[in-house]
Design a protein around this ligand. Structure first.
Ligand code: ADP
Length: 362
């Protein structure tokens, strides 16, 4: 067991419900092992600006129920520069921070890798509502976000039903359609549009027409924010807004557009997010105590485990068709095979759900 005197914990990038549960678990697990914990305020910028507070058992009391992050979050460009990194390392030395646990998404993990390369062991814990990190089945915040969408759409359905309307609801998820797909199915949407699968607009409009003819009054279409289109002026616009007018024009059903936006980011985390964040936080501290670094804590078939951060980031690039020249050179054939399998698994899962939604959503 490696003996750390003191570790730091930070949250970075987009916030997600459950981040506080992870902070709490990391703090308590470390303290229980005799390791002090410093909270770094405002993501990586807190390391650059020396914005650091001690975390005690009491300091993380009563935060498990709260959305957002008590350590606040930031997008810090300076941290990506060598000068910024040197300041961050100097802060770690000044405050005797021997290692860092960074909670966030892929950008946050890139930062964690850079810290490790500069001599500060770092572990990543997933915290993003989008579930867009290919190497893990689950990211903390996803379940809460889906349930928030569900609640909002249920409310819209009530009023759509009363007024015989259609509502096109745009939900967050960046380039990942998982929130839209799963919450769309669970909310009984008539059509779902996500970036991963080509959308058959004509079919969706036909479905709405025949549903209307069959007497259906309220209709919901869920569109992921990652889907864009080019309007008549050649401008790239969110597809949901275009779809709204096309549905109204072609079906005669009064159609509204609702962008849920950051509403989906907030709120008290669900049991799933609190529990997963707690498990992941505990594993992050265990990994550090085992002398490991540059690992990201993931969920794989229901089990909380860990992966090399570079491996995880490369799988992600492979899945998103963003591999750069030389990215795969650092990996063995077996690793690359494993990466392909992870990508295939995700593609297959989304395809199966999407096909199912086509049959069920009417
Ligand atoms: P997320 O972690 O949710 O993907 P971002 O992509 O905004 O969010 O990244 C969060 C922060 O992580 C950035 O503001 C920056 O401080 C740090 N970061 C992102 N990419 C890198 C990188 N390539 N090297 C070092 N730090 C990075």
């Amino acid at each position: 067991m490696k003996k750390f005197r003191r570790i730091g914990v930070l949250t970075s990038g987009g916030d997600a419900p459950g981040m506080n549960a992870a902070i709490r678990a990391i703090t308590r697990k470390a303290l229980e092992q005799g390791v002090e914990v410093m909270g770094i305020i405002g993501g990586y910028s807190g390391l650059i600006n020396e914005n650091i507070i001690p975390l005690t058992t009491g300091a993380v009391s009563n935060i498990i129920t709260h959305g957002g992050t008590i350590l606040y979050s930031d997008r810090c460009k300076e941290f990506k520069t060598e000068e910024g990194m040197q300041k961050a390392i100097a802060t770690c030395k000044k405050f005797n921070i021997d290692a860092i646990v960074a909670i966030g998404g892929d950008g946050t993990f890139r930062g964690a890798t850079d810290l490790t390369l500069h001599g500060i062991p770092a572990i990543g814990v997933t915290g993003t509502i989008d579930n867009d990190i290919t190497a893990t089945d689950y990211t903390v915040g996803f379940d809460t976000a889906m349930n928030t969408v569900l609640e909002a759409v249920d409310r819209l359905r009530d009023t759509c039903e009363s007024h015989a309307r259609c509502d096109v609801v745009e939900v967050m998820g960046r380039d990942c359609g998982q929130i839209a797909l799963m919450a769309g199915i669970a909310s009984g949407a008539v059509a779902i549009c996500i970036p991963e699968v080509p959308f058959d607009e004509e079919l969706a409009i036909e479905k709405i027409k025949s549903a209307k003819a069959a007497g259906k009054r309220g209709m919901i279409v869920v569109v992921s924010e990652g889907v864009t289109a080019v309007d008549e002026n050649g401008k790239t616009v969110p597809y949901g807004e275009l779809l709204r007018s096309r549905i109204e024009d072609q079906t005669g059903v009064e159609t509204k557009f609702a962008r849920l936006a950051h509403v989906v980011r907030g709120g008290s985390p669900t049991l799933r997010d609190r529990l997963t964040a707690t498990k992941m936080g505990v594993v992050a501290v265990e990994l550090l105590l085992e002398g490991k670094s540059n690992r990201v804590v993931i969920e794989d078939n229901g089990e909380i485990t860990d992966l090399d951060i570079l491996f995880a980031l490369t799988v992600d690039r492979m899945y998103k068709n963003k591999l750069k020249e030389g990215d795969l050179e650092k990996f063995s054939e077996a690793d690359i095979d494993e990466m392909r399998k992870i990508c295939e698994k995700r593609t297959e899962e989304i395809d199966i759900l999407y096909k199912m939604s086509y049959e069920i959503c009417k």
